[in-house]
Design a protein around this ligand. Structure first.
Ligand code: ATP
Length: 411
C-alpha cells in the first residue's frame, strides 16, 4: 500500500545515479521519485557496531543522501566477527571513521557526517535535529530510552532493533507530540509502550557476556534498514505497533502486536494517529486488535517484588494461592541458581507448543529471570499471545538472593 513519504523529493538523478540504482528504480513502489526522496533523506544511525554495520552499508548502497553516525568507540578485534563494516586494518581506530571510509568506498555519492561522541541527554536533541529519521543500533537501554524520548519529542520515526545470543527483535516507533501548551499526550507509540517499566541494563544480558550470532546482526540490521527505506519513500507497511521477533535456532519469525488498547481509553487516544498525519503512523494492530488480545487497561499489576513473591509461594504451599512461577532463563543459569517450585521455559521457547502445555493460558503466571530484562519482555510477548495474567518479578533471582534467600548463588 502507498503511504505518505517521510521525505520530500530531492534533485533529479544524473546518469551515474540512474545506473547505480537501476535495480531498485525498476520497482514501481520505489521508482525515480522514491530514489529522489532517498537522495534528499538524512538518516542518523546510532552505533556503528553489530547492527549499525549492515544498516549503514545497505542505506549507503541504496543512495540515502546523508548518513550520520554516532559512536565514540574504537574497533576491537572481538567486534570483527559481526561488525562487518570494519576490517582488520581498522583495529584500534575510531569506529565512526572506519565506517565512513567503508561507506565512501561503497558509494561516494553519499555524504557521511560523524558525531564521535557518547550520545547523552546534553547532546541528543541537537544531534537528532539535523536528521529526518533515527535508527538505533546501540546495545544498552539507557541510550535506547534516551534516543526514543528524543525522537518522540521531535516527532521523528525511531527504528529500534536488538540482538542477543540467537534472538533478535525489530520495531518502529513514531510518536507525534501534541502542540505545546495543549495538555494533550501526543499520538503514536514509543519504546515505553513496549517496555513500560524502565529496564535497567543487565551486564549478564549483554553481547559481551552472553554472546551473539554474527549473521543475526545482519538479519536484524537489514530489517532495520528496510524500515528506513519504507518510511522515507512511503511503500509497504512499517513495523509500527508490531515487533518482529526472530529466533535463529528455530528459524522462526514471529510478529507480535503491542500497544493494543480499548477504543475510547486514554491509551487508545495516544495510539491513534491524527487523520491528517502520515498514514505510516497507523498500525493495523492498534485499530483492529484480535479478539483474543488483552487490552492494557484490563491487565493486572505489571510487577511484584521478591518479598511479595515469597509470601505468595508460602501461601501456594499451603493451598491458599494458585499460580505458576515461570523462569525464562537458560538451563545453565537455572542449574546455577533457582527458586524452588518454578517452571523453566527459556525465553526463546515461550511461544512453542511445548511451552503452552506447561503454561496454560488461563493460569496466573509470575515470571522471573536474572534481573528483569527478559521477564519484562516475556510478559509483553505472553500478554500479546493470549495469556491473561502475567506479572514479572522485580529484580529477578538476583533480588531474591539479596533479599529473601542468601543461599541462592548470585552471578
Ligand atoms: N550512548 C552511546 N553513544 C554513542 N555510541 C554508543 C552509545 N551506546 C552504544 N554505542 C555504540 O553502539 C555500538 C553497539 O555495538 P555492539 O552492540 O555490536 O557492541 P560493542 O560495544 O561494539 O561490542 P561488545 O559489546 O562486544 O563490547 C558500539 O559501537 C557502541 O560504542
Amino acid at each position: 500500500m502507498a503511504r505518505t513519504p517521510l521525505v520530500s523529493l530531492g534533485s533529479e538523478l544524473d546518469e551515474q545515479e540512474l545506473r547505480r540504482y537501476s535495480r531498485q528504480l525498476r520497482m514501481p513502489q520505489l521508482g525515480l521519485e522514491g530514489q529522489r526522496r532517498l537522495k534528499a533523506a538524512r538518516v542518523l544511525v546510532l552505533g556503528a557496531g553489530g547492527l549499525g554495520s549492515p544498516v549503514l552499508l545497505y542505506l549507503a548502497g541504496a543512495g540515502v543522501g546523508t548518513l550520520g553516525i554516532v559512536d565514540d568507540d574504537t574497533v576491537d578485534e572481538s567486534n570483527l566477527q559481526r561488525q562487518i563494516i570494519h576490517t582488520s586494518d581498522a583495529l584500534g581506530t575510531s569506529k565512526a571513521r572506519s565506517a565512513r571510509a567503508a561507506l565512501t568506498a561503497l558509494n561516494p555519492l553519499v555524504r557521511v557526517d560523524l558525531h564521535e561522541v557518547r550520545l547523552d541527554a546534553g547532546n541528543a536533541a541537537e544531534i537528532f535535529g539535523g536528521y529526518d529519521l533515527v535508527i538505533d543500533g546501540t546495545d544498552n537501554f539507557a541510550t535506547r530510552y534516551l534516543a526514543n524520548d528524543t525522537a518522540a519529542a521531535l516527532g521523528m520515526p525511531y527504528v529500534w532493533g536488538s540482538v542477543l545470543r540467537f534472538d533478535g527483535q525489530v520495531s518502529t516507533f513514531w510518536h507525534r507530540p501534541a502542540a505545546s501548551g495543549s495538555g494533550e499526550p501526543g499520538r503514536g507509540l514509543t519504546l515505553r509502550d513496549l517496555f513500560p517499566q524502565e529496564i535497567v541494563d543487565d551486564e549478564a544480558e549483554s553481547c559481551s557476556v552472553a554472546g551473539v550470532l554474527g549473521p543475526l546482526c545482519g538479519t536484524v540490521g537489514s530489517a532495520m534498514a528496510t524500515e528506513a527505506l519504507k518510511l522515507i519513500v512511503g511503500f509497504g507497511e512499517p513495523l509500527v505497533g508490531r515487533i518482529l521477533v526472530i529466533d535463529t535456532l528455530e528459524g522462526s519469525y514471529t510478529e507480535v502486536p503491542f500497544g493494543v488498547a480499548e477504543p475510547g481509553t486514554a491509551e487508545s487516544a495516544t495510539a491513534e494517529p491524527a487523520p491528517t498525519e502520515p498514514a505510516t503512523a497507523e498500525p493495523a494492530a492498534v485499530t483492529e486488535p484480535a479478539a483474543t488480545e488483552p487490552t492494557r487497561t484490563a491487565r493486572p499489576a505489571t510487577s511484584l517484588g521478591v518479598t511479595e513473591l515469597a509470601a505468595r509461594l508460602a501461601a501456594r504451599a499451603s493451598g491458599a494461592d494458585d499460580f505458576i512461577l515461570l523462569d525464562v532463563r537458560e538451563p545453565w543459569e537455572r542449574d546455577f541458581a533457582g527458586i524452588d517450585g518454578s517452571v523453566l521455559v527459556p525465553l526463546q521457547s515461550l511461544l512453542s507448543a511445548a511451552a503452552e502445555e506447561v503454561l496454560p493460558k488461563s493460569a496466573e503466571i509470575l515470571v522471573h529471570c536474572h534481573h528483569d530484562t527478559r521477564s519484562q519482555y516475556a510478559r509483553e510477548v505472553m500478554l500479546q499471545s493470549g495469556w491473561q495474567q502475567v506479572t514479572f518479578v522485580e529484580g529477578g533471582i538476583d533480588a531474591w538472593s539479596a533479599k529473601v534467600d542468601p543461599e541462592v548463588a548470585r552471578y
